[in-house]
Design a protein around this ligand. Sequence first.
Ligand SMILES: [Zn+2]
Length: 207
Amino acid sequence: MADNIIKYPFKILLGLLRNHSQKLLVCLMWINFAVWCPIPTAFGETFGKDAWQNLETRYTIIQYKTLEDLKRFNGRIDYSPDDWGFKGLFSGSKDPVESITKKVDAVFEKAQKILDMRQSIKKVVIRIYPDKKRFREVQYLAGREKSRLQAWYVFEQNTIYINNDDVHEGILAHEMAHSIIDHYLTVRPPKATAEILARYVDKNLHD
Ligand SMILES: [Zn+2]
């Protein structure tokens, strides 16, 4: 009896293979393609137990694991939005969510202003990894472990990858500039051109 239970589905499978081998091959190729081409899924989905939290701002979606990570990110971004004024420098930093929302949008607007590319684009995702170690793991998964970057931007995902150990407002502005440049121009500029423009943005952020 037990033998029959095993043999019967096996026979069906053999029959299916004989009659539909071509369709199955196409199906297997598709599955293979889907597994190996996960874009636009971001890299490193599986790390840590905590799920990614989303904080949506006017121009971005900030992704972080814990409130502590978000607070630390807020502490590393030294940028005062114009409307804060002198008082805002102190009162604005009390609530980390409100504070980082304003700062990130202000950095984005300043990058647009420097580039003179003020077109509305899809919100860019800013994914914050808590430390260098986690960040290197993601770089490894993305096949970019040799580049030793502090942050990087992936056009296909419209995502900025950041590590909380190294990030500062200049790095953030630089990576945002890449997103703005790549979406503003109908044809994406050569890498070297985009890099010169992005560097110009982070150098002039505080001017
Ligand atoms: Zn760059």
